[in-house]
Design a protein around this ligand. Sequence first.
Ligand code: BGC
Length: 719
Amino acid sequence: MIDEIISMMDLEEKARFIVGVGLPGWFGNPHSRVEGAAGETHPIERLGIPSVVLADGPAGLRINPIREGDERRYHATAFPVAVMLASTWNRDILEAVGRAMGEEAREYGVDILLAPAMNIHRNPLCGRNFEYYSEDPLLTGEMAASFVRGVQSQGVGACLKHFAANNQETNRMLIDTIVSERALREIYLKGFEIAVRKSKPWVVMSAYNRLRGVYCSQNEWLLTQVLRREWGFDGFVVSDWYAGDDPVEQVKAGNDLIMPGKAYQISSKRRDEVEEIVEAVRSGRLSVEILDRNVRNILRVLVNSPSFRGYKYSNMPNLDEHARIAYDAGAEGVILLKNDGILPLSLDRRIAVFGTGQIETIKGGTGSGDTHPRYVISIIDGMRERGLRIDEELADTYRRYVDAMRGMDEYRVRTGLFGEPRAPSLPQDFLSEDELDRFAKKNDVAVLVISRISGEGYDRKPEKGDFYLSDDERSLLEKVSRIFHSYGGKVVAVLNIGSPIEVASWRDLVDGILLVWQAGQETGRIVADTLIGVVNPSGKLPVTFPRSYDDVPSWSFPGEPRDNPLRVVYEEDIYVGYRYYDTFGVDPAYEFGFGLSYTTFEYRSLELERIGESVRVRFEIENTGGIPGKEVAQVYVKAPKGRIDKPFQELKGFHKTRLLKPGEVERVEVELDFRSLASFDGEKWLLEKGEYEVRVGSSSRDIRLIGRFTIEEERRYDP
Ligand code: BGC
């Protein structure tokens, strides 16, 4: 049937079919029928082919909540950001979030959700890290696969992005990523490979950057050889918005759909893509077979889309139900980094809340990963709603302070590149010592909120106020710590951030640290419930928190020349995140996989069993503490010394337990496939012979059980 449709299309129609209609609602282009959607394809009415709608993004469907001349509202749920979803290490949660977002997409008339985003956290300063899952490819791939399954169960498509090695925002549309094939395959492609093989995504988005000299969207090796031939991808590839510089090269490379179309609207160097493609076929530069191939790739997927099936969407997704899913996901993604016995707080504790982030709570980052929910529960409102005994006088002081400051020109909230509000950071240390003293006397606990926001188009900075605390955040923290402790009070820091900050130099000043990430619309409720123990934290770090930025291995970030980088060489190669810290003996502030609980867990009875070309790892986990909790068990493998250098250990499996009551035991089973233990030797995946150590832990540095198995004969696998 598809070939029949293609045979009825003329050259111009084919070219139009593979190029978007231009960024909807911008540069005089008509609005999308789903206002705020990122893109739309050309319909071919003559053949009954409808247009389809593509919309972001990873933290929830990004569409405009308001439409001109329309009383109705089109809000979508703001879920926790991806790094927080990954902190749950819970595949079921990712699938549930995917289902909810898929339903919202479908019921608002969207065919393809432009998520999940799954680039590796190569460096803590990448401005979009919040949209990405982890520094580890296995965790990334597993989270993405579950999410995709959830989205696509709703009859809409998911889109893995940004393929590949798009690990920074600085000069993202030009930067040339130079990385070894080994690091590429083991670290930067691996997550995509897992998700493609396991979840059959409808769409993959090629990235903006160049990869070893060639734009990803024009890179045949990447898009056709690796993605399709090696991994068996059978969906279609879409370009990132305005990526690359030559649509004909994109078509040839296997970038099936070019988005958003009309690149000349943003650059005088570009022409109309449809014309260029038509011309290229006429002049013989592009064969019609290749064009047909791309049309077929797209059509094969889109015939199943809601628009093609004529689905009548309701504009009424189940937002109440999805709010509960957003809450549950966030509740499992909170990470308890430090607890000197102060948490959970009993309900009679009197609490003084500091930091303007209590009011201006960050729900998520900016750019295409932003969302427009019905509401965002701030941290102070969440605490109030949940009945915590907050000092209302102090809360009111903050309210008045924030209002007054935002009224001043210097601190006025402005509009950014994507129409997002951009609020200059407010000075934090505005209370006098006398006032602090008064609040310390009448309260038992200080909760100090530290917030950070970042987003698409720019990277964070290794400076005070960003990766480091600002001087006045630090002075507030020092004073609060000194004064509260002088009265026997306690201090808890709440980190409302999207990517690591420096904590090692100040963590001794506080008694507890709760990493609440950017938890979406339910942030305040999630924070409150975790503080009082209604939620027992069970998140674990999907990224390392380094002691100092100087310890970060990707020192070449964001490339050279420093002031306007055009090239970035991944000198650290495969030693990304914990692979570096563990191998080279560098102590992080908090290691990969770390996270405390209000209860304790014991690991025991490790058994390894060889089954064909895999090893089955079995062990037991018991909740040995006093309250119910969940544990994330991590299985690392340490390879024998052989021809290929290996990291000290690598994550090869994980399991999140169900909620275990005190004394309850769960038997865990994790399967390690031999192929997944191999390294890329330049041509093939090589599994060397020797003794392998299986390390089962509560974090990458809290290994509880060790077992061993032997590979007698080396194995080589085709890529
Ligand atoms: C982003 C993508 C996004 C697209 C459409 C691009 O700028 O990099 O992640 O899906 O815009 O909004």
